[in-house]
Write a new protein. Structure first.
Length: 93
């Protein structure tokens, strides 16, 4: 239990930030699931269009510090690769 006023305030702030980060991560996961659903349905045009929205959410979360920048970049790369495999299955290694 925090004793000083500043430590008590820090506990309150940490809880508030934790809940906000959790909500942001949940939104991000839902957006990625929607994109993966489009990929699963082989909807290349829809997936390519939705990829921009997912990129925007990933970049926003990385900028806010909710996720690490490298994690955002890695996820963007892997999602783009999956869409590229749909378009040209033989040419993408």
């Amino acid at each position: 239990m925090a004793h000083s006023l500043s430590a008590q305030k820090r506990v309150r702030q940490n809880e508030k930030h934790r809940l906000a980060n959790r909500a942001e991560k949940s939104e991000l996961k839902n957006e990625i699931k929607k994109l993966l659903g489009l990929i699963h349905d082989r909807n290349v045009a829809g997936a390519k269009e939705y990829l921009g929205k997912v990129y925007k959410v990933l970049d926003h979360e990385a900028a806010k510090g909710v996720i690490h920048k490298n994690l955002a970049d890695r996820r963007k790369s892997r999602l783009a690769h999956k869409i590229a495999l749909l378009e040209h299955p033989a040419s993408v290694a």
